[in-house]
Design a protein around this ligand. Sequence first.
Ligand code: SAM
Ligand code: ZN
Length: 387
Amino acid sequence: MNSQSVDLIYLDPPFNSKRTYSAPIGTKAAGSSFKDMWTWEDVNEAYLDKLVSNYPMLVDFIKSIQQTHSKAMMAYVTYMTQRLIELHRILKDTGSLYLHCDPTASHYLKIVLDRIFGKDNFRNEIVWHYYNGSNSAHSRFGRKHDTIFFYSKVEKNSFFNWDISRIPYEEGSIYATGTTYGKKGYIKGNPKGKLMHDVWRIPSINNMAKERTGYPTQKPLALLYRIIKASSNEGDIVFDPFCGCATACVAAQQLGRHWIGIDIEEQAAPILVQRLSDDAGLFKNFIHRKDVPQRSDIAPEPINQTIKERLFAEQKGACNACAIELNIQNFEVDHIIPKSKGGGDYYENYQLLCGNCNRIKGNRPMEYLRIKIAQRDKLLKEQITFG
Ligand SMILES: C[S@@+](CC[C@H](N)C(=O)[O-])C[C@H]1O[C@@H](n2cnc3c(N)ncnc32)[C@H](O)[C@@H]1O
Ligand SMILES: [Zn+2]
């Protein structure tokens, strides 16, 4: 990605010691044990050079983590450092970064951020207090918060919408009731509420939540709305390099921002596509078979045998998704854009699918079906190779 190309970065990276051990720090180090990973020769050369020449103090600090904590933590912090350097590079001068983590590693990550972004560009340590859910701790207080570090790239240039997200005044506050008479005369609260503090009380996603996708570690949209509204404008680019089930992308889309999401987990892809279609209205105009705009200017052409034959000829007797070749009577005519999503009854919106593909697709966009097929093919290939 180009330097200075995105306006806002939100990242919610994993902290999973098993995976951290095998985190791919450099191509050659991938899969190696941690000790090997920390041999300089085993790590991506270009990245190491950059780290040693641009951040010598950081290298010393990272090395010290082996003594203060563990080798695993050192590996994790290295993994994060490499990515934070790149994230800093692609951020615009007016941009901001929000790093979502928890007390397991937050104290180490803050030092890394101080060095990469500059300690003067530290804006907030946001405490997300997810007060709901049970508390089973008996040897300590319940752990009910995550930490979100907010840094700007260049303090004096950074964009911050300080007035946008206000929250209600506390009950009993003199401002809560509107205009009241105080010692120094009339006091007037802002009707939109008070300016936000750095402690955010937002419930976590529970089993009943409407937005719940089932993806583990899914974050609430409410949290992302605050971040996106505060640190970006409509039309800006929001980037989430660990997007999971795309909470940040959905929030960005709903708020009229552009977005980029990356996730390494293949299982996240179909959830993401489904969610962006259902919650953010995307892929509604997605046409696979032919690149034509949606038509509302022509009379409906109900499905009939002639249409089926035209499609059969055009698709050369193959399913438009999985490419299986069947006799014409075994194909079903499908609306590429489902009727329930606004697709019409016209030739350009029809395709022939085999029964199997049509069942998988249901009234979802083609993107979903394609990913499902790719996953199935991969599984089949593995079974053939290893079975
Ligand atoms: C804590 S979850 C993010 C959840 C997300 N904020 C949401 O609301 O759904 C961390 C994500 O990072 C992904 N991940 C792990 N290693 C990665 C890597 N090297 N590159 C990209 N994504 C990665 C995981 O698959 C996981 O989905
Ligand atoms: Zn098919």
